[in-house]
Write a protein that binds this ligand. Structure first.
Ligand SMILES: [Zn+2]
Length: 229
């Protein structure tokens, strides 16, 4: 198989419409886990691995849909890359079993007129399917390895950013986000390199100590939202 679509309880080959049992290592929960953890490390994964997670949404119909595509060999998340192709769809749900919540509002825009924006509501999303395609070789085998590789990269990032001294010993920058809406800091992201983190670590600071001390250079707000970069 060069392409497969993974659902909760079965796999469909989109080229032949044949149905197959689930494939070991390619469950929806693994794809949801990769997407959810990616957001903490997006800048780093782009810089170090040239991989990006591109998100788009369709809130016209019911259910709402969020689409995530993992892109390879790119310099930003807007560059198209379609081989290997991984597209993961989440759908809105009222069920208690969900993967994440997001503020979403129904779009009333049609092809003929621009609609009015409705007030965003907190909406639950649950993974619905993962579409996988590879031009050469056996997609099943390739994606089994790829899922393991992505999870290992994320596990290593989790481990390297649990404490300030581990983070300072890594090659991972720390990006600090200002919480103030409209703050100009967005134009020049605050990046702390590991060499600077080492200075803080040697001064006896923990990760939590450092977070308490981080202030936006532009507006002075306290910045407790940090990510790997
Ligand atoms: Zn600010």
């Amino acid at each position: 198989m060069q392409a497969l679509t993974v659902f909760k309880d079965r796999v469909i080959c989109p080229d032949t419409r044949e149905e197959h049992p689930l494939i070991e290592g390619l469950s929806l929960s693994k794809f949801a886990d990769i997407v959810l953890r990616w957001s903490n490390y997006g800048d780093y994964l782009l810089r170090a691995h040239r991989m990006a997670l591109h998100k788009s949404s369709d809130y016209d119909g019911s259910p709402f849909e969020d689409f995530y595509q993992i892109r390879y060999n790119v310099d930003n998340c807007y560059t198209i890359s379609d081989d290997p192709y991984i597209s993961i769809t989440f759908e809105s749900t009222f069920d208690s079993d969900y993967d994440y919540t997001a503020m979403a509002s129904r779009s009333t825009t049609t092809a003929y007129k621009v609609g009015t924006a409705l007030k965003p509501q907190e909406t639950k999303f649950k993974i619905y399917r993962a579409m996988l395609r590879r031009r050469e070789g056996d997609a099943e085998v390739w994606f089994q390895h790829e899922v393991l590789r992505l999870q290992r990269i994320l596990d290593d990032l989790d481990a390297a950013t649990t404490s300030l001294n581990l983070w300072a010993a890594s090659d991972i920058n720390m990006r600090v986000f200002c919480p103030t809406t409209g703050c100009r800091s967005y134009q020049s992201p605050a990046i702390i390199p590991p060499s600077q983190l080492l200075t803080y670590s040697n001064a006896g600071l923990s990760l939590d100590n450092l977070k308490e001390r981080l202030k936006c250079k532009i507006c002075g707000a306290q910045c407790c939202n940090i990510k790997a970069a």
